[in-house]
Design a protein around this ligand. Structure first.
Ligand code: GLV
Ligand code: MN
Ligand code: MN
Length: 499
């Protein structure tokens, strides 16, 4: 798939992640966005801000660990979180169920139950030592907006069914393969996934069975939605990066999502005594792993020094890699793991992301070659396994412009002021929308977070930005309401006195 935001574009001169708004056009580092008096009609702060924030806090405490947030696929805390979300979906007037992959669904049929449905989702699982907004914000803002429609009697006036889905796994922490939840709904999970094991040898199938969910290989394909029954998928998510905060804007529209590859690298050497084996006689997998990790860092920092291309399209690939390629080793383990033992084995993960899929493939090829050469020189064995691969996704332009209008209208209504154009960004983080893009058109809205920090307990979203996210979903939903002309139209009627 072609690069969608390369550095030659005028709009992308500062950061590849900000596509449509030159940073110089917007005031940097606005400390807070000026929302208006929440007593005005049609802003629903008690549902879209106060209750939504209280629910995010409550969900943020549902953890398998003491002292930090951790919820992995079908863990006890994930199941508790799913129950809570189901209750909140019912409170919003939705009919709920849990599917055979542990996804929690809440649906309203609107005026025409045979019409194709709008799906809104995000994930309920977390990384280890997580923040409380990643995933949860998207689910809560959807539930809150639907609750507003329910409380104003408009839920039944929706032109089409609307379904919120809290996906059971996006982070892939437990089974090292992301999108177990959305992948099943999109129909892209291979049946072999059910037999994938976690570190304790528990398979995906066992993990579901433990919570009385029976799934056989034959039934996995039944979880896939019929594409003709789906109108589209939208997802609200924290940005997980610093751009919106920098430009001082609470919401942004996502143009596309970088592709990613995850590897598991196993290096085996000769286990031995730390005091007795001379340095010249060692086959040390730890020192080899260190060299492999440094070559990964160097290649990803300076792809131009490693990849040689000619021709215009190749130049574009290289430009795109230079600005978007990011590579990480986030997990490493050694066997047997003692200070006086030369390890016998070292295993580590590699996460590679780029907007240009061809470029990511080229990086992978070059990296594997170099890794095998290093292992050969050091007389250790290397196994490189690909655990996950997802191509870059371009969001649907029609959905993106509808989300942009919804965000714009919501902010205008909340501030009572004219607005800058809503920023358009690329996502370096993966999202359920990537899997759902195999099923239907997708669109995403980003919400500003403090310091761009995510996958950390320091992750933070302002209460008022949670409110803005809910207002934007509400404005989007209003465009799916039959003959909306009276109650609280956000999108269709501007307040002339406020400009
Ligand atoms: C999901 O959070 C990811 O790893 O991008
Ligand atoms: Mn995440
Ligand atoms: Mn996420």
């Amino acid at each position: 798939m072609a690069s969608i935001c390369h550095s030659k574009s005028h709009h992308c001169f500062y950061s590849i992640w900000l596509c449509s708004v030159a940073l110089s056009l917007l005031p940097p580092l606005a400390s807070s966005y000026l929302y208006s008096d929440d007593k005005r009609d049609g802003l629903f702060p008690e549902i879209l801000r106060d209750e939504a924030v209280a629910r995010l806090n409550e969900l943020g405490k549902v953890s398998d660990a003491d002292g930090y947030l951790e919820r992995t696929f079908m863990s006890p805390a994930a199941v508790r979180a799913g129950k809570l979300l189901g209750e909140w979906m019912e409170d919003a007037g939705l009919r709920t169920w849990v599917d055979q992959m542990g996804n929690v669904h809440g649906r309203t049929e609107g005026m025409n139950m045979t019409s194709d449905a709008l799906l809104i989702g995000s994930h309920l699982d977390t990384v280890v030592d997580a923040g409380m907004f990643d995933g949860s914000l998207g689910i809560i803002s959807a539930i809150s907006a639907l609750k507003v429609l329910n409380s104003t009697g408009m839920l039944g006036k929706l032109k089409r069914p609307v379904e919120v889905i809290a996906f059971s796994d996006e982070e892939g922490v437990r089974f090292q393969s992301t999108f177990l939840g959305s992948g099943a709904v999109a129909g892209i999970l291979p049946v072999t996934t059910l037999q994938t094991s976690d570190k304790s040898g528990v398979t995906v199938q066992d993990a579901l069975k433990k919570h009385s969910i029976d799934i056989a290989e034959e039934s996995l394909s039944l979880l896939k939605y019929d594409p003709s029954s789906v109108w589209g998928y939208i997802e609200v998510h924290i940005e997980q990066g610093p751009v919106l905060e920098y430009v001082g804007f609470p919401l942004g529209v996502v143009k596309g999502i970088a592709g990613q590859t995850r590897l598991k690298v196993t290096v085996r050497g000769s286990q031995g005594h730390a005091g007795t084996v001379p340095m010249s006689m060692r086959q040390d997998p730890m020192a080899a792993a260190a060299e492999l990790i440094v070559v990964l860092e160097s290649l990803c920092k300076h792809p131009k020094d490693y990849l040689f291309y000619d021709g215009d399209s190749d130049a574009t690939t290289l430009e795109s890699l230079s600005s978007s390629l990011v590579c990480t080793v986030g997990e490493i383990s050694t066997w047997p793991g003692a200070s006086n033992v030369i390890p016998g084995q070292v295993t580590f993960t590699v996460d590679i992301r780029a907007i240009d899929d061809k470029g990511r493939g080229d990086v992978l090829h070059e990296l594997s070659n170099r890794m095998y050469q290093i292992c050969e020189r050091r007389s250790v064995s290397c196994i490189i396994e690909r655990k996950h691969n997802a191509n870059a996704v371009i969001c649907n332009s029609e959905l993106s412009s509808q989300l942009k209008s919804a965000a714009h209208a919501a902010l205008k209504k909340m501030t009572g002021k004219a607005q800058h154009e809503v920023p358009v960004l690329m996502s370096g983080a993966g999202h359920d929308a990537m899997a759902m893009a195999d099923l239907t058109k997708v669109g995403m809205l980003f919400v500003r977070c403090r310091g761009g920090i995510s996958h950390s307990p320091a992750e933070h979203v302002l209460d008022d930005d949670v409110w803005a996210a809910g207002m934007a979903v509400l404005a989007f939903l209003e465009t799916h309401i039959e003959n909306l002309n009276c109650v609280f139209p956000i999108v269709s009627i501007a307040n002339p006195s406020r400009g």
